[in-house]
Ligand binder design. Structure first.
Ligand SMILES: [Zn+2]
Length: 263
């Protein structure tokens, strides 16, 4: 075995630990706080936490997600090490991938895209997008910055319009349910956090790459939703409400962005 492969494995493991840590504490305390057991809330010691041991108080093991994240991150970093992306370079790719990991896990577990992570993402996106586009055809920094901003504007703008349409549909639906004497369940097809996420991805990918990522996100999200609806049909649990069920679109757009950036 090539001994130098230990470098990406080590970096991947550390990035995985950070993704798990941020996903554990940020949605709960909104800051980088002392991690605590998800079951009994007893605080972990850092050694305990970082070596992925079970809770010393209630013996609850670390979640399956913890292990999936650790190994998926190592595999991704190993892939980037062996097949370096021609645009971003290794260091920026590592940071972007870690960021994507945190957003994806928090969105899947809490259906939440936090504003501070979006703000951090906007800065990271501007740096990554400018770097990427300044190197294409030797564009230089200024054109690179312009392409990044244009991408951010497209991502934010398209999602903002879709969000407004979604809000309108939700209002009409609430009125219909009220008229039928049912309580409004405040379902929302498209979370407001997705608007910021698409802005961040737009800055990161720049124009026109954000367009490709957007299309991939919409198609893959739509396909998975379709499979979900078919599964409900087969189980005879289909209702018109199932169609409106909140789908976290964020991970699909991140999937699209990763495809464009790294593959
Ligand atoms: Zn515990």
């Amino acid at each position: 075995m090539d001994i130098s492969l230990l470098v990406p494995v080590l970096f991947g493991w550390i990035a995985g630990l950070f993704i798990n840590y941020a996903s554990d504490v940020l949605p709960i305390t909104r800051q980088f706080s002392q991690p605590a057991c998800a079951n009994c809330q007893t605080a972990f010691s850092w050694t305990e936490y970082l070596t992925l041991r079970a809770c010393h108080h209630c013996r609850t093991r670390r979640s399956l997600r913890t292990w999936i994240v650790q190994f998926a991150t190592v595999a991704s970093i190993l892939y980037l090490w062996l097949y370096p992306p021609n645009g971003l370079g290794l260091l920026l790719s590592l940071i972007v991938l870690t960021y994507f990991g945190i957003i994806t896990v928090i969105d899947l577990e809490h259906r939440l895209i936090l504003h501070p992570t979006s703000a951090f993402g906007a800065i990271l996106g501007l740096i990554a997008g400018t770097y990427l586009h300044s190197r294409i055809n030797d564009n230089g920094l200024l054109i690179g910055l312009g392409m990044s901003l244009l991408g951010g504007l497209f991502g934010f703008g398209v999602m903002f319009v879709l969000y407004q349409i979604g809000a309108l549909v939700a209002r009409m639906r609430a009125r219909r349910m009220q008229a039928a004497g049912q309580p409004d369940d405040e379902e929302e097809a498209l979370g407001g956090g997705d608007v910021y996420l698409l802005g961040v991805l737009g800055l990161m990918l720049g124009w026109p790459f954000i367009f490709n990522a957007f299309i991939i996100g919409v198609i893959s999200g739509g396909l998975i939703s379709l499979l979900f609806i078919i599964a409900l049909f087969v189980q005879r649990r289909y209702s018109s409400e199932a169609l409106m069920t909140f789908i976290p679109y964020g991970p699909y757009f991140i999937l699209g962005a990763m495809y464009v950036l790294f593959l």
